[in-house]
Design a protein around this ligand. Structure first.
Ligand SMILES: [Zn+2]
Length: 278
């Protein structure tokens, strides 16, 4: 399942391609025909994400809500040549298109038209998103209150979208390593200051995921990417992590072996040496 930065990046792509225009909206597969008919011919005002939820606002208080789930795919592609009709490949639930861009959605967990009340309800059920500004509906303290009274492991809580929105397996493993926190300690053992470090670090790291399309969690990689971006150079981000998928390899900080365990159906990775339980 994509992590939150992917959804924010997709929202930007939809916004850049179709924002403040009136694209064609259709459902080639037919399963979203009624919803598409509601949106077709109205102004697409903008797209945004909260965690792994994607919203595309249209005029007349109509919002398209999309959740990709495990297998959903959605890309914005150029139409080549402009003005031509791109062929429909596979089961396309939703197509947004104009003469220059086409965005075909396949296999989503959710694709539906909702109103503002429903948008608010969906967002309020989610935890705060480190990629959104802090505010009444995006409050990291609310996440800490849930963590601090939970006996579940910190690893599980960080991936629970109702606690914290957008973080997936890679960011959670890596951010815990960055702060030497053991993933299997219970939420209620996490101090307020440690939570603040996690939140602030995600706020620092995740925008680079949106910017580059790649998860960056190593300081030296980030420094290099930042320098290249600032120099206006093309950036290819190496797929390097501290602990994620590095089972048995030496920790980059202390040299101890990286450990692995399946927790709540997902592989968890951490350093057996420098990530402390208390
Ligand atoms: Zn270590």
């Amino acid at each position: 399942m994509p992590e939150g930065h992917t959804l924010h990046r997709l929202a930007r792509a939809v916004d850049d391609a179709f924002g403040r225009t009136t694209p064609e909206v259709s459902s080639p597969q037919g399963r979203f025909a009624e919803g598409a008919a509601l949106l077709d011919g109205t102004v697409l005002e903008g797209a945004w994400a909260h965690g792994k939820l994607l919203f595309v606002d249209f005029a007349q208080d109509r919002t398209l809500y999309v959740h990709l789930g495990l297998i959903g795919k959605w890309f914005v592609l150029p139409v080549d040549p402009p003005g031509s009709e791109p062929p429909v490949v596979g089961e396309v639930r939703l197509r947004i298109a104009d003469e220059h861009h086409v965005a075909d959605l396949r296999g989503p967990m959710a694709c539906t038209v909702v109103d503002q009340e429903e948008v608010a309800r969906l967002v309020d059920r989610q935890g705060p998103d480190p990629l959104q500004p802090v505010g009444a509906h995006n409050d990291p303290d609310a996440a800490y209150r849930k963590i601090a009274r939970s006996g579940k492991t910190v690893a599980e809580l960080l991936m629970d979208q109702t606690v914290l929105a957008g973080v997936g397996n890679i960011y959670r493993c890596e951010v815990l390593w960055r702060h030497r926190l053991h993933p299997l300690r219970p939420g209620r053992s996490l101090r307020r200051a440690s939570w603040q470090l996690i939140w602030d670090d995600l706020v620092h790291l995740m925008p680079w995921g949106v910017r580059t399309g790649s998860i960056i969690t190593l300081d030296d990689v980030l420094a290099d990417v930042r320098a290249r971006v600032e120099a206006g150079e093309a950036v290819e981000v190496p797929r390097e992590f501290a602990v994620y998928q590095r089972t048995g390899m030496p920790c980059l900080r202390c040299g101890s072996a990286v450990r692995q365990k399946v927790v709540a159906g997902r592989n968890l990775f951490w350093c057996g040496g420098c990530q402390r339980r208390t």
